[in-house]
Design a protein around this ligand. Structure first.
Ligand code: BYC
Length: 311
């Protein structure tokens, strides 16, 4: 081991954070760029399914809350792009990789939002799954990522509660409203479980990422944690989770659940999900439409810099 490697390993072993100015192995840097950029893209693409319902929210209050939530997701994207930049890549570079289809974003955002109840279910299940994963990431060994996660988790908790509250209102409403909530949960349950990634045995990065303390808990353990947390919440709503194999296992102290359709998962990850093409083309159009804002901001910054020089 070189002295650089020894120092890096000592920081990891003693639970100290690695900072952007510290030496780090190329693989550690590349893994973080991949994961944090993917995470940032997910936050930004994740604005689309909910943005789709802002103009159709059932009341002014619901519209204001949904708009605030979607804006929060944009903010999360920005913190995470900033964290990626500390590793030596620019935001433009990683956004370009997303647009070229060379970077991924979370599979969950390739499913359509068909009813108002989906706003509740996304908050409850999708943000719920995201928090389960992100609470672990607050303990990530890379300082800028772990600190971004602390703030994001606080906001995600609010998102999760607002989603649950939408479903609670629907479940206490008319039979039609409750049926809408049930239909929504039926469609989002399995894709939410897929958010945690492939089984540990099929996860290419987990072992190394756990050694580097980028990830602290495995994909399957986080998924189990999410199921255990969510089943009682579904009971309280009076909704059924669409899995006949879901049952409490006294011996394990966990819920058993059925098998995930991994073929569907990989199809979605490879770009063949119900909304992949639409999500990416919408994202690229928004980027192109916003070019004049970036150009104007750059021109303004250059003008300010010139003024400073003259003064
Ligand atoms: N979707 O070796 P593995 C939000 C890929 S947004 C797509 O286990 P890793 C919100 C994986 O990249 C929050 N791809 O990977 C926003 C790898 O492919 P490559 C989103 C997936 O990285 C708006 C391959 O499969 N959260 O909260 O060790 C509205 C093998 O996987 C997925 C994050 O992004 C997937 N689900 O573990 C509402 C969390 N899963 O790169 C809410 C940050 C796996 O080798 N990310 N893949 O080609 C992570 O924690 C980890 O990257 C994962 C995967 C647990 C997702």
């Amino acid at each position: 081991m070189t002295s650089h490697e020894e120092r890096f390993q000592a920081l990891i072993d003693s639970e100290e954070k690695i900072e952007s100015t510290d030496w780090m192995p190329d693989g550690y840097r590349a893994t973080l760029i991949r994961q944090i950029a993917q995470h940032a893209h997910s936050e930004v693409i994740g604005m689309q399914p909910e943005g789709n319902w802002i103009t159709r929210a059932p009341s002014l209050d619901r519209k204001a809350i949904l708009m605030a939530k979607v804006q929060d997701e944009a903010g999360h994207g920005l913190y995470l792009y900033s964290a990626t930049e500390t590793l030596g890549v620019t935001r433009d570079e990683v956004v370009e990789l997303l647009h070229q289809g060379k970077h991924k974003y979370s599979s969950i955002f390739n499913y359509p939002t068909l009813s108002w109840a989906d706003m509740g279910t996304i908050g409850w299940l999708v943000d719920g799954a995201a928090i389960t994963n992100q609470v672990m990431l607050t303990r990530c060994s890379y300082g800028p990522y772990s600190r971004a996660m602390v703030r994001i988790c606080k906001e995600e908790s609010f998102h999760q509660r607002q989603g649950y509250e939408i479903l609670l209102a629907l479940c206490r409403g008319t039979d039609e409203q409750k049926a809408m909530a049930q239909d929504s949960v039926n469609r989002w349950w399995w894709p939410s479980l897929m958010m945690f990634g492939p089984h540990d045995s099929a996860s290419t990065h987990s072992e190394q990422s756990m050694n580097w303390k980028i990830k602290r808990v495995s994909n399957d353990d986080l998924r189990q944690q999410f199921v255990d947390m969510t089943v009682p919440q579904a009971d309280y709503l009076g909704l059924t989770l669409p899995d006949p194999d879901l049952q409490w296992n006294e011996e394990r102290g966990h819920y058993d659940f059925g098998s995930i359709d991994w073929d569907e998962f990989w199809q979605v990850v490879k770009g063949n999900g119900p909304m992949n093409r639409e999500r990416l083309s919408h994202k690229i159009k928004a980027w192109d439409d916003g070019a004049w804002v970036r150009e104007a901001a750059a021109a303004h910054a250059a003008k300010q810099a010139r003024k400073k020089e003259v003064a």
